[in-house]
Design a protein around this ligand. Structure first.
Ligand SMILES: Nc1ccn([C@H]2C[C@H](O)[C@@H](COP(=O)(O)OP(=O)(O)OP(=O)(O)O)O2)c(=O)n1
Length: 148
């Protein structure tokens, strides 16, 4: 490990440089093509998904997970991030700038006030639905007791 990221705040640019250095030192630039990186990224998303597979919903913060499980989770999240950063770099996309722009676009598309009001409306209408038909939950889907 180079130690570059040990003390300094971790930025996307730091990760980008470390990945470029990692590939260069191994002469792996030839493998880091857009398509290869995308496939590697998707593969790591699969590995990340495996950690949650069959567990059902888990509470936020993962309070019941062992330390080693959380370390493993951090590794898979990192693989996804690192390949994403590398893919963006190889494609000539400034990921930080693109993400900031996307956050702004999201805010325009989903204005907070409108979305909050919509939530209230959805919540009221699902409560009314629940009163009419107690065997459905708030998403309108059948509850487990329905299956009996
Ligand atoms: N050609 C490669 C191979 C690996 N890596 C880097 C990016 C990822 O962070 C990590 C992926 O390594 P592995 O393919 O060994 O995947 P895992 O670390 O997930 O190992 P495993 O699949 O055995 O769990 O290494 C890379 O940049 N380019």
């Amino acid at each position: 490990m180079t130690g570059v990221a040990d003390e300094a705040p971790v930025t996307l640019d730091t990760l980008k440089q470390l990945m470029a250095q990692f590939a260069k030192e191994r002469d792996w630039d030839r493998f880091h093509s857009p398509r290869n990186l995308l496939l590697a990224l998707v593969g790591e998303v699969g590995e990340l998904s495996e950690i949650f597979q069959w567990k059902g919903e888990v509470p936020k913060g993962l309070p019941d997970w062992k330390e080693e499980e959380k370390v493993h989770l951090g590794e898979e999240l990192s693989d996804v991030l690192l390949y994403l950063v590398r893919l963006s770099d190889i494609c000539g996309v400034d990921l930080g700038k693109a993400a900031l722009r996307k956050v702004q676009l999201n805010a325009i598309k989903y204005p907070a006030k409108v979305c909050k009001e919509e939530e209230v409306v959805v919540s009221i209408s699902s409560n009314q639905e629940e009163e009419k038909n107690p065997s459905t939950n708030n998403n309108g889907t059948a509850t487990e007791s329905d299956a009996d």
